[in-house]
Design a protein around this ligand. Structure first.
Ligand SMILES: CC(=O)c1nc(NC(=O)[C@H]2CNCCN2)sc1-c1cc(O)cc(O)c1
Length: 130
């Protein structure tokens, strides 16, 4: 009903704000757009579920997320995929892994500092009722 739509609208506003702040952070430039499969043909052999910050925004607008937990699961794919695709001692691999770890820590810090646990509980109750 109306109250539920109000809650989910507030969830989308929060998730857009978090995602846009990540996309503005220069450290995360490599994560802002889908990996170009033409440029990186072996990418899909390694990474089974590609994800990037622009796709997270599209998912938010398409109302894919009913809880913050669902959003964090997709956001975690971004850095997890980067660690998976960059396992070597190659300087570029290390560089991307450093940024992937920064993304992981930044997402968790924002959610811990800015998400009200009572709000997430209401979202989870809406999800269970559907
Ligand atoms: C996001 C990601 O996982 C990624 N990994 C890379 N790794 C390498 O280039 C390593 C792989 N091992 C051998 C030495 N090169 S480049 C790269 C990337 C960077 C961008 O600026 C845009 C983009 O779409 C993808």
């Amino acid at each position: 009903e109306e109250q539920e739509e109000d809650v989910l609208r507030e969830l989308r506003l929060f998730l857009r704000n978090v995602t846009e702040r990540l996309a503005l952070d220069r450290r995360f430039k490599a994560f802002t757009k889908p990996v170009d499969i033409e440029e990186v043909p072996d990418y899909l052999m390694v990474v089974k579920r590609p994800m990037d910050l622009s796709t997270l925004l599209t998912n938010i607008d398409e109302q894919k997320y009913v809880t913050v937990g669902e959003f964090v699961s997709d956001a975690d794919l971004v850095w997890q995929n980067a660690l998976e695709y960059n396992p070597d001692s190659d300087p570029m691999d290390r560089h991307i892994r450093h940024r992937a770890c920064a993304l992981k820590d930044t997402v968790r810090a924002i959610i811990r500092d800015e998400l009200d646990e009572d709000f997430e509980r209401v979202c989870e109750d809406i999800k269970e009722s559907r």
